[in-house]
Design a protein around this ligand. Structure first.
Ligand code: PMP
Length: 405
């Protein structure tokens, strides 16, 4: 069980009134709020220890280097990677996927090869693959979805050919909140000897992730969506791939030796961390993961599931509402439209009532096209949200309906 009142006190932004009352923050899929411990950790490192990592022999540099590598260790344990050097710090999910699309593509993808993605991907798990395919003369194949937002796994089987080089799918769809059967997708792909990248941007903060048990080849996520700072993210990759692939960015830190004739790249993980990384961001992310561990992952997931049941039941009573993504396998995200009201209008009215939701296509234009719509209103909840906030949200939707009637 979690003590919701105590938890809410950990998040200073949630105490803040935007217009008349404390904000109801239902835009967690876009970014999450930060607990005080994360803010304090970042402040502390800037105030007391700031100094570039892996370069100095002095106290300050050793202190930040140690904290940075400790953050890597925390993440390695959190996702149960086999080695610390399988955890690469990036700027976020987008960069993690770009890294794999570039480096994996350079090494393994050639003319006429195929990459499988799904109908329900975020643009950042589409465009990097498209760019790589254009470069290499390869092509993208798409796993279709069913109307309730599940992927058609039977169809996936039929997409494989001897040209398939990688499968890239999200753990949880950001516009619908549907949890994909990634275990099954990985198992099917591996039976064809094809590796799998999981876009975990919406997964890891709501679902258990054990990369060893999953046996995924890559898992990407963003710090800011898991209560950590912006500008920091992670790419988990199996050692074998990370060793074989060429680096994606080059410069300082990623090298062992440089002459004008030849450069020898550094060992993992540094081979993929060119330049000064966002080391204080990484330290802040480590603090965020520790914070979650203290509350207990399972406690968080159970509480969020309770919120999902409550909000699903309540919102279904709003006349004229249409929910997108009705599969049972979902996290606490409700994507919807109210009959005859544009999603922007709903969002603007809710904002005036101190409720923050996301409106638009959620960087998922192919998903919106699939449903024949331009966008939705998306309410995405987290473990610091409450039943009372859901009640107020649903009452506010009824108000919006009345105003537009
Ligand atoms: N994939 C998914 C499923 C996402 O929801 C997002 C963020 N909305 C991204 C990728 C990109 O994450 P970021 O902008 O943090 O790199």
């Amino acid at each position: 069980m979690i003590d919701i009142q105590a938890i809410r006190k950990d998040f200073p932004l949630l105490q803040q009134k935007i217009y008349n009352r404390p904000v109801v923050y239902f835009d967690n899929a876009a970014t999450t709020q930060k607990p005080q411990i994360v803010i304090n950790t970042i402040n502390e490192y800037y105030q007391k220890y700031n100094s570039n990592i892996h370069r100095g022999v002095h106290f300050l540099s050793e202190k930040t280097t140690e904290a940075y590598e400790n953050a890597r260790q925390i993440i390695k344990n959190y996702i149960n990677a086999s080695f610390q050097h399988e955890v690469i710090f990036t700027s976020g999910t987008t960069e993690s996927i770009n890294l794999v699309a570039f480096s994996f593509g350079e090494k393994y993808i050639k003319q006429d090869d195929e990459v499988i993605i799904s109908q329900l991907e975020h643009h950042s798990n589409i465009v990097p693959w498209q760019m790589m395919c254009e470069r290499k003369g390869a092509k993208i194949k798409v796993i279709p979805a069913t109307y309730n937002g599940d992927l058609d796994i039977a169809a996936l089987e039929r997409l494989f050919s001897d040209k398939t080089k990688i499968v890239c799918v999200n753990h949880v769809s950001n516009s619908l909140g549907i949890i994909n059967p990634i275990e099954k997708i990985i198992q099917i792909s591996h039976s064809h000897n094809v590796p799998v990248l999981i876009d975990g941007a919406q997964g890891i903060q709501h679902q258990p992730v054990d990369v060893n048990k999953l046996d995924c080849d890559f898992y990407a996520f963003s710090g800011h969506k898991i209560y950590g700072p912006t500008g920091i993210g992670v790419l988990y990759g199996k050692e074998k791939w990370l060793n074989e692939m060429p680096p994606y960015k080059s410069g300082g830190n990623m090298i062992k030796t440089v002459t004008f004739e030849k450069t020898i790249y550094n060992d993992l993980p540094f081979k993929y961390e060119a330049g000064t990384s966002n080391f204080i961001g990484a330290i802040g992310l480590g603090a965020a993961i520790k914070y979650i561990e203290n509350i207990g992952k399972q406690n968080i997931f159970d509480y969020e599931e309770m919120l999902l049941h409550y909000v699903s039941e309540k919102i279904s009573k709003v006349p004229g509402i249409r929910i997108y993504g009705t599969s049972d396998n979902k996290i606490c995200v409700i994507s919807f439209l109210i009959e005859n009201i544009h999603h922007f209008d709903t969002g603007i009215m809710l904002d005036k009532m101190d409720i923050a939701v996301r409106t638009g296509n959620h960087c998922n234009q192919p998903t919106m096209k699939f449903y024949g719509i331009e966008g939705t209103v998306r309410a995405s909840l987290s473990f610091y949200n409450t039943i009372e906030e859901i009640d107020y949200f649903v009452e506010s939707l009824l108000q919006v309906k009345k105003i537009f009637a």
